[in-house]
Design a protein around this ligand. Sequence first.
Ligand code: MN
Length: 263
Amino acid sequence: MTELNRRNILAGGAAALAGTAALGESAEAKVGLTPIFPVAQVTVPVVGLKEVFPVRRIYCIGRNYAAHAIERGSDPTREPPFFFQKPTDAIQVVAIGSVGDHPYPTLTKNYHHEVELVAALKSGGKNIPADKALDHVYGYALGLDMTRRDLQNAMGAEKKPWEIGKSFDHSAVLGPIHPVTKTGHFTKGAISLAVNGTVKQNSDLNKMIWSVAEQISKLSEAFELKAGDIIYSGTPENVGPVVKGDVLLCKLEGLPDMSIKIV
Ligand code: MN
């Protein structure tokens, strides 16, 4: 190494350190730090409030109703809960009383509906005991965990991640959030989904293998949960395909209906 090169490297290193120190020391510098481009915070409306619920992460539980576990080929009596995530910006909010246009996604020929109760957290933590877990719930919503089933199955068969089958744009359909102060907690109640007026999925929340409280507890063993996290709590049996033009109507006892049209 030449002396000139050595001096340049040392000078560059010193400048970099000085830059770091300046940023670290100066509160003004921190305040002045702005993103190089805007990235939107994903939010969900809250019924009765002007404020919106900011979404941090989307967790989903798999095979949480015995009859659905059996139709997906697993044993509901032995399998511990398992989870996957969707990207936050996969959320499509559907307003009460409207029919949301939901785009049929690319790459699939077997696009499935999964109606689910969704829990929204106002706080979190690690290793949350089940008997304290519901204290962290801000509210509930009615949701659809839309699924490219052919891609999910193909990836599963190859022991590859489900990502492409589950975690794509618009795959997390959601109605507005209802504060638990207004609705109470959901541990039972009819949940159903109809396609073009024909009921396809029809069950009760009391048939969940793992309750929302148990889901929060189990999730918090694997991840530190935080305010803004939402949890899709699993779908009952009789998931099935939809095509363009289909209108889906989701019902959950105690909440307004939610509807989308596949376009
Ligand atoms: Mn699901």
